[in-house]
Design a protein around this ligand. Sequence first.
Ligand code: HEC
Length: 153
Amino acid sequence: MRRRAGVTACLLVIPVLLPVLPVPAWSQTPAYEVVADTVPMPLTIVPGDAARGRLIVASRQTGLCLLCHTGPIPEERFQGSLAPDLAGAGSRWSAGQLRLRLVDARRLNPQSIMPAYFKVDGLSRVGAAWQGKPLLEAQQIEDVLAFLQTLKD
Ligand code: HEC
């Protein structure tokens, strides 16, 4: 009888808790619309933060951009030589063009080695733990974009 009461209590508590449990970031991944060579609309309501974006670009854990790119981030000593210098990217490209580049660079160049940072479908060889999750969350994409826009020639 006590056991049944416990089960009943659990069944009652679960629906109450469900709405307050943290929603995994990937399930919030919104759709994005590609128009020509751009993703014109921001992925988030909150505008990107350039300072946070700079940290992501410099980070060897999150962005890993400097594996391939060089950029005006003097404190990072070892920078890549496989991709164009990020300096001036904010003059060369519009926000929408940069956003598509980050979301899915292969839409622009099918042979690109640049990772699709915000693509979750159509990928192959994705480990179980990473399935359905973009490399960067929507807000991180907007942060990186805000930083790139500060890189004017
Ligand atoms: C594995 C290598 C690699 C990584 C990692 C990478 N990129 Fe790229 N990126 C490239 C290559 C190569 C190009 C040149 C165009 C192409 O081939 O798609 C490029 C192009 C770009 C461009 C356009 C440059 C220009 O002015 O023509 C931008 C901006 C850019 N990447 C930003 C980033 C950012 C920001 C990150 C990290 C979040 C990043 N990339 C991570 C390889 C990489």
